[in-house]
Design a binder for this molecule. Structure first.
Ligand code: SAM
Length: 283
């Protein structure tokens, strides 16, 4: 693999900050990350944000079935040329915004649930997490690189400032593991903060399961929307259909002290609260 700054210069391109472009500089590190993702020859793999192909080349040597999505129209011909030069013409490069890709359709096309890999553009990482959670029927597992602070928030448990909306949503439906931390100087251009690779494996069976997942997303959003407020006030403000009285009623019925704050609630308590809100709204 040619060094990112050399490759960009040869194609008369620059790294684009607005697309979160921080390219891995060490091919051996890209190999290690792809190893951690545990890709087998029969896996159907989706790479998000292929960039100059550091991970694409490594993953393309491990599976015949790799779809690499990249939004930047200028990088796509470069990426295709690199893959061709390495004899990896079976890799499908698609110029596309990952947020607009239907994972269900891709998984149906590839004949099995997807293994998702990627060094995510930091500006859409949270949206990608929500997308994976929402479309998880199409995903077997994911090994993704995040800014370290975000990775820490995703795996956080209740009781601290890192625990938030995404920790609850992921904790509900997935098992998470921190696979590796990566220093900022392993990227070009060098970002201000380090990164971390997280493994996300969606649970085949969720226990306890919430009745209405979309409602749980709204409840969690409202609770953390004003995280310094008591749950009663946060829910009343974030869910106008409940109002102050409704918020007090559902919290009491769910056996949750209305004076607590969102960050103290376990995932199971959020499940119980959502089921209670659902019953309340049904009347
Ligand atoms: N995988 C490469 C690597 O590790 O060197 C590049 C990683 S870079 C952090 C993120 C990549 O995602 C960039 O190439 C960027 O152009 C691409 N990207 C940004 N937004 C995207 C989007 N919405 N959909 C698909 N790709 C996107």
């Amino acid at each position: 693999m040619t060094a990112p700054h050399t490759l960009l210069k040869a194609w008369n391109l620059r790294a684009r900050k607005e697309l979160g472009q921080n390219f891995l500089t060490e091919p051996t590190l890209a190999e290690k990350i792809v190893d951690l993702a545990g890709i087998g020859p029969d896996d159907a793999v989706l790479e998000i944000g292929a960039g100059l192909g550091a991970m694409t080349l490594a993953a393309g040597r491990r599976t015949q079935r790799l779809v690499a999505v990249e939004k930047d129209t200028q990088l796509v011909p470069l990426l295709r040329a690199e893959l061709l030069a390495q004899g990896l013409s079976q890799v499908q490069v698609r110029q596309q915004d990952i947020l607009k890709l239907d994972l269900g359709l891709l998984s149906a096309e590839m004949g099995q649930p997807l293994t998702v890999i990627g060094n995510l553009p930091y500006n859409i990482s949270s949206q990608v997490v929500v997308k994976l959670v929402t479309e998880r029927a199409a995903v077997r597992r994911a090994a993704l690189m995040f800014q370290k602070e975000l990775a820490e928030r995703l795996i956080a448990g209740p009781g601290g400032k890192d625990y938030g909306r995404l920790s609850v949503l992921l904790g509900y439906c997935a098992d998470l593991k921190m696979l590796r931390e990566i220093r900022a100087d392993m990227f070009f251009p060098k970002p201000k903060v380090g990164s971390a690779v997280l493994e996300i494996v969606f649970k085949p069976v969720i226990e306890p399961r919430v009745g209405d997942e979309a409602l749980m997303v709204r409840v969690v959003q409202a609770a953390f929307g004003q995280r310094r407020k008591t749950l009663r006030n946060a829910l009343a403000g974030g869910m106008p259909q409940l109002g102050g009285q409704g918020a007090l009623a559902v919290l009491t019925q769910a056996g949750i002290d209305p004076m607590r704050r969102a960050e103290t609630l376990s995932v199971n308590e959020f499940v119980r609260l959502t089921d209670t809100v659902e019953k309340y709204l049904r009347g």
